[in-house]
Design a protein. Sequence first.
Length: 769
Amino acid sequence: MNPTDHNDRPESTPETVAATGSESARESVSTASELATVHPLRTCPDQHESTTSAGDESAPQVVEGRIISEYEYRLLTDQKAQREWRYADYRKQAAWLARTTRTAVAHDRTVSTLKFVGRNALVYPTLGAGVALKRWRDTHGSSRYERMMRAAELAGDHDKLADWEARDVAEKARRHDRAMDWIRSPWQLAKAAGAVTVCAAVLLLVLGLILWVGGKGEFLGPITAVVDAIAFAVWFVITYGALLVTGVTAGVVTWLWNLGRTSQAVPDLFRPASQRNLDDVVITPSIVVTALRDLRISELRKKIEAMEDGGAAMLSPIRLAGCGVEFDIHLPSGVDTEEVKRKRRKFAENMGRHEHEVFLTTPPAPRTVRVWAADSGELDKPIGPSPLVTDPTLTADLYTGRVPWGMDLRGDAVLMALLQCHLLVTGLSKQGKTASLRALALWLALDPSVQLYIADLKGIGDWRMFKPVAEELIEGPTDAHCIQATEMLEWGVKEMERRLMAFDGDKYRNGVPRELAKPGGPFAPIVLLVDEAQQAFMNPAKDEQNNPYGGQTSKSRYFMAARKIHNQGRAVNVVLWQGTQDPTNDNLPKLVREGAHIRAALALGTESQSRMALGDKAVDGGAAPHELRSGLDKGTLVVSGEGVPLPPGQPSMTVRTHFIDGDDSVTVINRAVAIRGAKTGKPQVEAPIVRDLLADVAEVLAGGDVKATDVGARLRELAPGYQPYAGLSAEKVREALDKVRVPVRFKDGVLTVRNRQVVEALAQRELEK
Ligand SMILES: Nc1ncnc2c1ncn2[C@@H]1O[C@H](COP(=O)(O)OP(=O)(O)OP(=O)(O)O)[C@@H](O)[C@H]1O
């Protein structure tokens, strides 16, 4: 309120009554004075005059009165109060102005307008001028040669260095010649100009003479025309010069503006918001070089700053690779790959990525780091269902087919060949160990020749759907279950040994062929699968001979069985797949983890665990399952090993596996059951029958010496359909018995099996037991 404003509102508290008029006015408001003090106010001079003239006849009266507060009264009468009021009002106005200015300045539209103006009026032309200057210096000076020489020197490429040096020398010589030409040129130019002028004048005079003689014009007509043309040109330039200069300037500025606009070096401050978001996704050479420069590796920074191309020479072209980009960084001398790989997080964040979105590996080229960087947020998107689920016609063949396990980081399908591969999957709890192992086993189930022996040492039903197709399914976490799993492996060892003995290496020189590995065949693939294998290694139980089931001594039964299978099982189609938590030396002995052809790790806690899971070579080459985000990267595996289809020089790959849940697994198993020909009975250990050759031969000899050919025939009669006895010729009988230390010699020119030697071999075997 202005101090001179009147407040007529009746609800104002009447603390003070102010009245204009003479002293006697007090009487007339005496009632009010009982409630509040009455202050007379000085009237305005004109009011006063009129009052005075009116009062000539009668006594002064109250002209006007109102009830005001004490503060209002002070505002009307006290200068100090008025000043304070005024200052308070100024402060209020200043605060309002500041607030409004701040809002206006910080408003999105203002910011974007200022950026737009700054960018177009200032930044683009300036950058363009810089680019133009650089180009000019490149074409007219030796800076390009020097830059290239420095780059070659930093890269340690001496051939290139010498080449650029030679070019530089040649260019300098050319430039010197040009400069000398300039020194000589004024005199030559003057001479040339004089000659041209004289020639032109003579020409024009001759022309004028011809015209004059022909009566077509004056003698000096041509010369006058030329002089007029020159005069017109001068007049034109003088009259329209300003316009010409403006036009040319506008053209130059537009050209510079365009150069700056396309230079990609616009400071962040002036970039439009939309382009800034785009940069979150697009990785450009300048972003990479800046990210490298800011890694706080002083040698790298120095070298980059010394390169006049800003370090771009270090980078290979940035290629699109799946849901991200890939490029190589050829580091300058003095910086090693490990230094850069150690700064992965900083490097990723400098490029506007999360750490888990950037993978650094070491390609075969020396001093080079290969970078794969995902597009922002791409790795957090699900990869879609497995073809095993979506394609009901999909079948499997272990010999020729490959499992669609998931996708690599480039978005390419990862197809794993599993024939004769031991496998190991490790990971922290609840990261998808069982699911990733199961996805492979489900594919195997679709191949009717594969015999699955499964021990689930957690036993909450993750593997129960395999019941109709598995030869054996052990489910449970107790020591007894671990003992069962151990015995399952030991059975595998026996079967492996039987196969090794029975395999005819002369006939099958390229390993076990498909014909021997058909469903029910003597070498049908056997997969012994132990999930939560750490339980079996940690099993404290001992057998009657006091041999431990767990542990990793030469007497530890699980450990020894696993080792034997790792050592020899592959060749005869007996393989071991294990899933285990947190690898340590106790729950995953070194010898066992190194026996796997395919080693896969989900998120792990530490680098040392990664080394255990994947091996030093893979981790040194950039495999980093410990960098996966526990809980967020479920089902993402870092895979290495000789059974993995890795690109040349790459020690590992990251696979995002398809997740097949319990219900979908049941659907796949139902298809497997149909394929396997209604093989649905209750699973039980149906170990292939292994006959005792010595005992059988003793039986068919019936105490006498028998011709080897007849022994073969009698064995076939004894065990019809038993594959190893099929087609046993005299020579084959000799070979088979030779392996069990029964020599078969000629008797009367015929190969004969002697009863005495068979009996002795049986006795010897008993003794050895
Ligand atoms: N490929 C995947 N994609 C997405 N989620 C997955 C994937 N694999 C597993 N998961 C999720 O992780 C959960 C745990 O999976 P799983 O039981 O296989 O883990 P685990 O490592 O075997 O656990 P445990 O600690 O019991 O051994 C699943 O229920 C599922 O929700």
